[in-house]
Write a protein that binds this ligand. Structure first.
Ligand code: GDG
Length: 471
């Protein structure tokens, strides 16, 4: 059917923006997943012929390309073994730890690396098939770092951009990767490389100088042995602030927020954590600080409680299973030691919730705890300040990309437990006027720099990247 048509705007990401659901009568349906990337793309794809290349999330299954609201979805097939080697192995057990400060040790396996190359080639070939002459192809994230170069070889006519959702590590860590040269050369196939922070782009430029001997001038690299130049710069991602703020203000969400407060027993202070259950998110450090504040008697479990949403993530990777045990043991210990009869000091939920429920939780939280040890951006911080209308407080780790922009947050170093305790208390105890003022400034910051702005900034940077100066 549509397979032979080509498109002037192509997105490639590990996952398609849809989830497979089986209806009650056994039919397979695809539901649009509500992520921020999809929303951002909707605004830039409007009025364009666009295709999205990605994996469906099901191993050994490759549905034919299908249309979803004018967007052609092009599934990439992955075998169960490729899911284990390309995705869980090389992407999430080799690259992810290296790109996040080696919080847990990285594991390298040659067959994982080989599968990563093979799957990247499959993505590149599919992009080459669906891209129209002179198309723009926007590739996303650490799973697809070899695609830019592979695609350039197949289709030198297309404009290629890549955006990294996670940090880019300092060269001292990056250099551990057996595939380090291949990755740098792979990325240099693009015209423009976008990162969450300028510091990530600088790490990339330094790696090009040190490991490839490339020359750089400002934020532009001369690609060795070619006459090409590639720009690398920070373009911080954001959220659909207007859409989320509208959702948070609906009667349904407001009523649910009041109901949650009631169900929690109307405590004076509700602290909230929302994370994928990932060792980068600093959940254990947060729990430790909260537990000690209760033990020290500086917080009273009768009027302060912590709600922690930990959405299930990468459960087949050993480090994630271990983290789950540790977090659940800690929650059990805190609750065993401190929960009053009829309530719990920590309400822990290891499951996912609909967007409306997340918005209600953000509305009800007096203090939001965002304490990652390393995080590319952290959208949860931006979602909280957008939803919470009133005197809230955001405790934000300095090791998130978001800390670069959200200057009115209560900033913390999660490794320093004593200081973290201090910051949590400061956020709880700050005068209402100060909390209101800080939150207003934060909300304004996110509203001005929303995901639509991110996407258009990115695409402008790609259009005017140095190989092609402004007309
Ligand atoms: C990567 C980078 C970067 C979570 N639980 C539920 C749920 N969520 C939503 C949140 C938020 C998103 O998932 C998580 O985004 P984060 O940015 O916090 O973190 P990662 O998943 O690690 O994302 C990160 C991001 O890419 C974007 O570039 O910021 O640094 O690691 O939107 O709300 N949503 C729903 N139910 C849940 O239970 N509906």
């Amino acid at each position: 059917m549509t397979a032979r048509r080509t498109y002037d705007f192509v997105i490639a990401a590990n996952r398609l923006p849809v989830d497979r659901v089986v209806t009650d009568d056994g039919e397979v349906e695809w539901q649009r997943s509500p992520g921020g990337l999809v929303t951002a793309m909707e605004s830039v794809m409007r009025g364009r012929e666009a295709a999205w290349v990605g994996w469906s999330g099901q191993a050994d299954e490759a549905p034919e390309p299908f249309l979803e609201n004018d967007l052609l979805l092009v599934p990439i097939e992955l075998t169960a073994q490729e899911v284990a080697s390309y995705y869980e192995g090389h992407s999430n057990d080799s690259l992810w730890p290296i790109y996040h400060d080696v919080i847990v040790p990285a594991t390298f396996r040659r067959r994982w690396a080989a599968a990563y190359e093979k799957v990247n080639r499959r993505f590149a070939q599919k992009c080459a098939e669906v891209a129209a002459p002179g198309a723009t192809v926007w590739i996303h994230d650490y799973q697809l770092q070899l695609v830019p170069r592979m695609l350039r070889v197949l289709r030198p006519d297309v404009r290629i951009g890549w955006f990294n959702h996670i940090p880019f590590p300092p060269v001292e860590l990056f250099a551990q990767l057996p595939m380090r040269h291949t990755i740098l050369k792979g990325l240099l196939g693009a015209d423009f490389l976008g990162f969450q922070r300028p510091a990530d782009a600088e790490n990339f430029l330094r790696a090009c100088r040190r490991l490839l001997g490339a020359k750089t001038k400002g934020d532009v690299v001369d690609v060795p042995d070619t006459d090409r130049r590639v720009r690398a710069a920070g373009v911080p991602i954001s959220i659909d602030a207007a859409g989320l703020s509208e959702l948070a203000q609906t009667d349904g969400v407001q009523a649910r927020a009041a109901e949650i407060r009631e169900q929690l027993g109307n405590p004076k202070t509700i602290l909230l954590g929302v994370d994928r259950l990932d060792y980068t998110k600093g959940i254990r450090h947060r729990m430790k600080a909260f537990g000690e504040l209760l033990t020290d008697g500086r917080l009273d479990p009768a009027d302060t409680m912590l709600v922690q949403v930990a959405s299930p993530s990468r459960e087949r990777v050993a480090a994630y299973r271990e983290l789950r045990h540790q977090v659940e043991r800690t929650v059990g210990n805190i609750n065993g030691a401190h929960s009053p009869i009829g309530s719990t000091a920590v309400t822990y939920m290891h499951r996912s919730f609909p967007r409306e429920e997340m918005a209600a939780l953000y509305c009800v939280a007096d203090v939001m705890l965002v304490t990652p040890l390393r995080d590319g951006m952290n959208l949860v911080a931006k979602e909280y300040v957008t939803c919470h209308d009133g005197p809230g407080a955001l405790v934000l780790s300095e090791f998130t990309g978001a800390a670069n922009e959200l200057k009115q947050a209560f900033r913390c170093n999660p490794h320093d437990i004593e200081a973290l305790k201090h910051t949590i208390l400061a956020a709880i105890d700050a005068p209402e006027a100060e909390r209101t003022k800080r939150m207003r400034a934060l909300r304004r910051q996110v509203a001005r720099n929303d995901v639509q702005r991110w996407a258009s900034n990115y695409l402008d940077a790609l259009k005017y990247a140095p190989d092609k100066p402004p007309a």
